[in-house]
Design a protein around this ligand. Structure first.
Ligand SMILES: Cc1ncc(COP(=O)(O)O)c(C=O)c1O
Length: 443
């Protein structure tokens, strides 16, 4: 009897199209062909990472990013929002890990953790399967859970709040700074109550939050401080890298981030040995140290795969150069857009800060119209995020939030527009985006 194809055509397209947003985010084409088991000559239509994701343009800054599959000088037809880089060394590292190491908890995982800790300036780093897992495992390692509250911002990716719920605690929101994008320390202080156990400021878009003030509040009130650094690899505050200032820092390696592991992944950074040990156990089924089938905790299977760690190690080597490129490109955007009416530029860095421009986000009341007009001109812009977390369905339902609860976050959601930024974007492309933006603003 002929084997039954394991997916019907309609089933396959349905499951693929459900994830279309990911392809758009990561510039990967989705093809409709299905796996045809009756004709083995037709192979699985893998997403062509090597062609598209490494389609790098020459860098204008003194940085080397390899390789180029697009002829030099030939302009991109469409300028995408992000463009993750997977180069030849990363592919070789992945293959070598696959051939020579244990697939789970192989040597590359421990080396990556060691190197990431060193990069952030912490004693320990514990890898996880995602940034969300890094956040919720950190809370669990700190014994934060049922009956506890954790204060955070409603203006972030939803995972920040989800991680609190995953840990069993309740998220309490405080609005953003009066003229900023990050959580306000004074509004946070006003929300502290008897059930509060931790604060989670987010270094949104790669801009450091007022982490010194949060540090003081946490020290004064005995609360834990967890940095959501998922968008801020390498950002600095008073010369210290984010992730090294609070009790712990949590990072994401989702492919559109400033560095990736070639898939989902996360990392917890800390100087607290007890926290690091607990996190290592929780991400690995609650195992006791050096034991296989003795479990002192109820943990998760939330490890970073060895192949991903091997890719992450090479990405980490490139990170400083990529950050330099992002900062340089942001400066060019500022120069081109500084006097444009109806456009508010991203917050300037204070002298104590170094931002890493995960996103370059402007504010404008004409946001939706601009996004559409830019798209018509071949430029992809993004909205991070069109709905603040407290107005997302589960948070409305669980906590009864309604419009007007956090007015500054709500107006940001109506006005923010992310312009393309990634290390291989060229100066000419920045100018093209800015010209298109200026034309699109005309009535
Ligand atoms: C601010 C913020 N927090 C948390 C996360 C969650 O990370 P991940 O997608 O790796 O679970 C993200 C990632 O998108 C993020 O941007």
């Amino acid at each position: 009897m002929k084997a039954k194809a394991w997916e019907t055509e309609s089933g396959f397209s349905r499951s693929i199209s459900r994830y279309r947003y990911l392809a758009e985010d990561l510039r990967m084409p989705l093809r409709k062909e299905r796996i045809n088991q009756s004709d083995p000559s037709k192979t699985f239509p893998t997403r062509t990472l090597n062609n598209l994701v490494t389609e790098n343009a020459p860098l204008q800054a003194p940085i080397s990013v390899e390789p180029e599959s697009r002829p030099r000088g030939e302009p991109r037809k469409r300028i995408h929002l992000a463009s993750p880089i997977i180069d030849a060394e990363m592919k070789a590292a992945a293959l070598s890990a696959l051939e020579n190491e244990m697939m789970v908890m192989g040597e590359s995982v421990f080396k990556f953790e060691e190197e990431f800790a060193q990069y952030c300036g912490t004693k320990y780093a514990v890898s996880t399967a995602s940034g969300t897992a890094a956040l919720s495992i950190t809370m669990q390692a700190l014994n934060i859970g049922h009956g506890n509250e954790v204060i955070t911002t409603p203006f972030s990716f939803i995972a920040t709040a989800n991680s609190i719920v995953h840990a069993g605690a309740d998220p309490i929101f405080a609005d953003v700074e009066d003229s900023g994008i990050n959580l306000s320390p004074s509004k946070t202080r006003a929300k502290i109550g008897p059930k509060t156990r931790a604060l989670i400021p987010v270094h949104l878009y790669g801009h450091p939050s007022r982490i010194d003030e949060f540090h003081d509040i946490a020290a004064e009130t005995g609360l834990r401080l967890i940095e959501d650094a998922c968008q801020a690899h390498g950002a600095e505050f008073r010369g210290r890298r984010v992730g090294s200032i609070g009790d712990a820092g949590c990072f994401s390696f989702y492919p559109a981030k400033n560095m990736t592991v070639g898939g989902d992944g996360g990392m917890i950074t800390t100087n607290n040995e007890e926290l690091a040990d607990a996190a290592r156990s929780i991400r690995d089924c609650g195992r006791d140290k050096n034991s296989k089938y003795y479990h002192g905790r109820i943990g998760f299977t939330s490890r970073l795969n060895t192949v991903n760690a091997a890719i992450g190690r090479v990405q980490l080597k490139r990170l400083e150069a990529w950050t330099q490129a992002r900062r340089w490109l942001s400066e060019r955007y500022r120069q081109e857009l500084e006097n444009v009416r109806d456009v508010i530029l991203p917050p300037l860095e204070r002298s104590t800060e170094k931002a890493v421009y995960h996103l370059f986000v402007i504010r404008t009341k004409m946001r939706d119209q601009l996004k559409k007009r830019l798209s018509d001109k071949g430029i992809e812009a993004g909205i991070h995020y069109p709905r603040p977390i407290h107005l997302q369905a589960p948070y409305r339902q669980m906590y009864g939030y309604t419009e007007g609860a956090f007015p500054l976050s709500e107006s940001l959601s109506n006005e923010v527009l992310s312009l393309p930024i990634f290390p291989t974007l060229t100066e000419d492309e920045v100018i093209r985006v800015c010209e298109a933006l200026k034309q699109s603003l005309a009535p």
